[in-house]
Design a protein around this ligand. Structure first.
Ligand SMILES: [Ca+2]
Ligand SMILES: [Ca+2]
Ligand SMILES: [Ca+2]
Length: 430
């Protein structure tokens, strides 16, 4: 193990020295630094004595304009009126739990000539999701639609039972969490599939009960609740669908260039390496009796998750408990500084700072998945760790979930040049 750690530290330093293997997929070496392919570096900027590497994205602008044009098209006046009409009818549908909607002539792009779209919850007449959190209880055994049997995401699974089709219109880039609650103990197993077209070959992701994925503005997404067929028997029946969305506003993801002193050594930033999954901290919004802290690893945790979800809109299932008791004399859920506010705790990052290098609470860092290019604005200054050079940083579980990564996955981290960024998912425009 000792040898591995040493190799890792050496690798870290080689990174800054221009070892080409440092750069992840989709990034390239320029002037000794990893930048996204197709970007140019500008090393002139200075901030707080740290050298700044400005990343100029020449390709991004027209692409973004195109997306805006597409959005404007989608959001034409007629459409908005249709949306309003549909929402009234959807409300009625939800109250009556599955009665047929009337006159829902909308989103007809996929209707063939002469075909009627009477089935509410079909591809040419989908149930539109445009407000979050969205919740809908229905029953696949009451769906008149059964067109998709197999999805490219999981071609071995038999989904030939009846399905219900939703369309997602978030109107902006962000992170979607979809959950479906069914009852396998009663022979009901419906699954969730996200498609980029009505074609089941265009499956983006799927799950038995929950998935989290990014949506891009201007793209069209269908969400299909489909019935799994087990031993020839369709597991159709009632379900409750819940959809949450965390917007990813556009932001400048430029990371400052410099080095940071940690308790185990000096690290050049931005750095790419293993990032551990951290537990939860008690926030300024929470009150506890007695000594003011949780009594154990889960005391008040469900309330914490609910409060946090209400603030962020992030609905994915959480698995971590409170930060452990006893580390440096700490209480359950206590970090190394003051309590963070709710909206910061959901996105916190820590490194093994020294007392001199510890950033002020609220300091913005950028965390990027080097495989997908997706990024989160993380908040430093409330927690310190992990206490070993075998990981470069730690992030609360929400950050890993949003980036599609896990405990010790390799992530790129650095200090944000823009310290006014909103915490959470970010649509990097620089
Ligand atoms: Ca089906
Ligand atoms: Ca299921
Ligand atoms: Ca299933």
């Amino acid at each position: 193990m000792k040898h591995l750690s040493l190799v890792f530290i050496l690798l870290l330093f080689f990174h800054g020295c221009g070892n080409e293997s440092y750069c992840p997929n989709g990034w390239e070496l320029q002037d000794g630094y990893c930048v996204k392919s197709g970007h140019e570096t500008d090393l002139d900027d200075q901030w707080d004595g740290l050298e700044i590497r400005e990343v100029i994205d020449e390709d991004r602008e027209p692409d973004h304009e195109e997306r805006q044009m597409e959005l404007l098209d989608i959001k034409s006046h007629d459409r908005e009126q249709e949306d309003a009409d549909l929402f009234e009818e959807q409300d009625g549908l939800m109250e009556s739990r599955g009665s047929e909607g009337e006159g829902l002539e909308r989103r007809q792009e996929f209707k063939e000539d002469g075909e009627t779209c009477e089935t509410y919850g079909s591809f040419c007449n989908p149930i539109v999701i445009s407000q979050f959190p969205f919740e809908h209880s229905w029953d696949t055994s009451r769906s008149g639609l059964s067109e998709n049997d197999i999805y490219s995401c999981a071609p071995d699974l038999d989904e030939s039972g009846p399905e219900v089709v939703y369309m997602i219109d978030a109107g902006q880039t962000g992170v979607l969490t979809v959950r479906v609650q069914d009852s396998p103990e009663n022979g009901v197993d419906v699954d969730i599939h996200l498609l980029s077209s009505p074609n089941p070959g265009d499956c983006i992701t799927r799950a038995n009960s929950e998935f989290t994925t990014w949506l891009d503005i201007g793209e069209k997404y269908f969400l299909v609740v489909d019935t799994y067929v087990k031993d020839g028997v369709p597991q159709a029946g009632p379900y409750t669908l819940t959809v949450g969305f965390v917007p990813a506003p556009q932001g400048d993801c430029t990371m400052l260039h410099g080095s940071v002193t940690l308790k185990w050594g000096t690290l050049a930033l931005p750095a790419t390496g293993p990032v551990v999954k951290e537990a939860h901290m008690v926030t300024t919004a929470e009150k506890f009796d007695g000594n003011g802290w949780p009594d154990n690893s889960t005391d008040g945790l469900a309330r914490h998750i609910e409060l946090s979800s209400n603030v962020t809109g992030f609905l994915a299932d959480r698995t971590e408990t409170w930060c452990p008791y006893g580390e440096g004399g700490s209480q359950w859920g206590q970090g190394s500084s003051v309590k963070p506010p709710l909206e910061y705790e959901a996105w916190y990052i820590c490194m093994y700072w020294t007392s001199a290098s510890k950033p002020d609470p609220g300091t913005r860092m950028i965390v990027t998945n080097p495989v997908t290019g997706r990024s989160v604005v993380a908040i430093a200054g409330y927690e310190t760790g992990p206490g070993s050079s075998s990981a470069i940083a730690g992030v609360v579980e929400e950050v890993h979930q949003v980036l599609g990564t896990a405990h010790r996955s390799k992530l790129m981290v650095g200090f944000a040049r823009d310290q006014d960024l909103d915490p959470g998912p970010v649509d990097c425009v620089q």
